[in-house]
Design a binder for this molecule. Structure first.
Ligand SMILES: Cc1cc2nc3c(=O)[nH]c(=O)nc-3n(C[C@H](O)[C@H](O)[C@H](O)COP(=O)(O)O)c2cc1C
Length: 365
């Protein structure tokens, strides 16, 4: 039986519709926070994906909030990424980098004692994974207009660096409770200037970044990511303005010729959360004319179905790719998947990173 996931996606020149979702793996445990040989091997092993999206990579020193995450703001980091993109390309793969700013999901330990930045001075009451272990987040500093301008410039610079490093595109991480999501949400944005209040204002910073990034790379190589029904995680709560805000943003993105819009189904059960949408693909597909990527909790079966049903063009798989570097081949041959080990998601070294084996193919597969 033909599988929708395995069909090429000519619009983005992808050999199949199986995308590796962005996943932080905390292996850049070097002074410069640069990708090293281990990163190149990890991504190369997964190059049969139609598209790889890298782990979130900070656009500036200020943007960081987790230990040992790589950046894309320094020369050394660009050089490290060049090796990664080259190795993926040599195996016939395609790779985008996820551009990340965590905003208030950070800690002064990362910033020489200075406060993390956010739209408003509201503590997310979450935890930050600091060099000194998990710590409670603090009340961040409200960004000035100058901070906003600088951050727009940081994203633009990071996108230019991504092009220099040989990436096929970038994904702006506007999801999961990080900086852009903090601007979109009333629980984290109480600004009274042109960056807060109504929907247009709450999304102004995001569109400013998009416009800036467009200046340094082709629009059709830019992806964006949203998690509209995120609730009770990373300090974000859904209210009556949340879904209309995402509807506004996603409809407005029809004016752009983006690579894709990447949406997540709810990370938790939101069936009893007032104003949340339980079926994201179904809700947002009719609003967006371009390429829609869907993620979170998909299997081979449900991934094939969501495409066949016309609710998405591409499916991003996260955890299955951690433990199955050959996920595409396993789908092709209906080979059972290897279970992932949660304990090594964020540890350092090769264990649980580059040591998952490909399946042995034999005649019966
Ligand atoms: C170890 C790990 C790290 C993650 N890091 C990121 C990240 O850096 N950026 C991001 O947008 N999502 C991140 N996510 C979320 C995944 O992209 C994805 O949304 C989630 O795993 C659900 O998809 P799945 O059910 O296919 O795993 C991470 C998830 C995991 C398990």
């Amino acid at each position: 039986m033909s599988q929708s996931l395995l069909k090429p996606y000519p619009k983005l020149a992808l050999k199949n519709r199986v995308v590796m979702a962005p996943m932080t793996r905390s292996r850049a445990d070097n002074e410069q926070r640069k990708p090293v040989e281990m990163h190149a091997l990890y991504y190369e092993q997964r190059a049969s994906a139609g598209l790889i999206i890298t782990e979130g990579s900070q656009v500036s020193k200020q943007a960081v909030g987790y230990i040992f995450t790589p950046g894309i703001h320094s020369k050394a980091q660009v050089e490290g990424w060049k090796n990664v993109t080259q190795r993926v390309h040599d195996k016939g793969g395609k790779i985008y980098i996820q551009l990340w700013h965590v905003g208030r999901i950070s800690h002064p330990d990362f910033h020489n004692g200075e406060l993390p930045l956010a739209p408003s001075a509201i503590n997310p009451k979450a935890q930050s994974f600091t060099p000194n272990g998990f710590k409670d987040t603090v009340t961040p500093r409200e960004m000035t207009k100058e901070d906003i301008k600088q951050t727009v410039a940081d994203f633009k610079n990071a996108a230019a660096n991504a092009m220099e490093a040989g990436f096929d595109g970038v994904e702006i991480h506007s999801s999961n409770g990080y900086l852009f999501h903090q601007f979109f949400s009333n629980c984290s944005n109480t600004r009274t200037d042109e960056y807060g209040g109504n929907t247009e204002n709450k999304s102004r910073f995001f569109f400013e970044v998009l416009e800036a990034v467009k200046q340094v790379m082709p629009e059709d190589k830019i992806g964006v990511r949203f998690n509209p029904s995120l609730h009770g995680l990373f300090g974000i709560t859904v209210d009556e303005e949340t879904i209309p805000t995402f509807e506004y943003i996603i409809k407005r993105l029809n004016n752009y010729n983006l690579a894709y819009v990447h949406l997540s189904e709810p990370f938790t059960d939101v069936s009893n959360v007032p104003h949340a949408v339980t079926n994201i693909a179904e809700h947002f597909r009719p609003l967006y004319n371009g390429t829609l990527m869907i993620n979170a909790g998909f299997t081979q079966e449900s991934g094939n179905k969501v495409i066949a049903d016309g609710l998405a063009d591409l499916v991003a798989f996260g955890k299955p790719f951690i433990s199955n570097p050959d996920l595409v081949e396993r789908f092709q041959h209906n080979i059972p998947l290897t279970k992932w080990d949660n304990d090594t998601f964020y540890t350092q070294g090769e264990k649980g990173y580059t040591d998952y084996k490909k399946a042995e193919l034999n005649k019966t597969n």
